[in-house]
Write a protein that binds this ligand. Structure first.
Ligand code: FES
Length: 141
């Protein structure tokens, strides 16, 4: 049966803010950390894998810091590529023309959820996150 995994409440992702989460998913029988990011623009939520298409790094080299200086675009902290919040499209930087990998999300009763059978509960495989960005335990509805 397909399960709905709650990532966070919609109110936890404010307009033009970005939240990072580290989920864990089962790949070939092994638990692997899976960093994602969630943002909101024009009232719509957008989620992407937190993996820069240039060299595969997390965008937030400082955990939780995803935006450029003006707060308008997602920025890769390693080489400075900029990405559109609504599309994940890179328009400046070494991966110009490429895209962040989008993640399908579902809004369910005030929660932002994912439908993914490979997801499982986060079990400490995450990178360090600061206290103001608490880790998320993935729970099934
Ligand atoms: S790793 Fe992101 S721009 Fe190079």
């Amino acid at each position: 049966m397909t399960e709905l995994f709650v990532i966070c409440e919609t109110m936890e992702v404010q307009e033009e803010e970005v939240r990072g989460f580290v989920l864990a998913r089962q790949i070939e029988g092994e638990m692997k950390p899976w960093p994602i990011l969630m943002t909101r623009k024009g009232g719509a939520f957008h989620a992407y894998e937190n993996v820069c298409p240039h060299a595969g790094n997390r965008l937030d080299t400082v955990p939780g810091e995803f935006l450029d200086e003006e707060g308008n675009f997602l920025k890769c902290g390693t080489h400075g590529a900029l990405f559109d919040l609504e599309t994940g499209h890179c328009f400046i930087g070494p991966c110009k023309g490429e895209n962040l990998k989008p993640i399908d999300i579902v809004i369910d009763d005030g929660d932002i959820c994912m439908i993914d059978d490979t997801l499982t509960e986060e079990d400490g495989l995450h990178l360090h996150e600061p206290d103001e960005h608490p880790e998320v335990m993935i729970t099934s509805d």
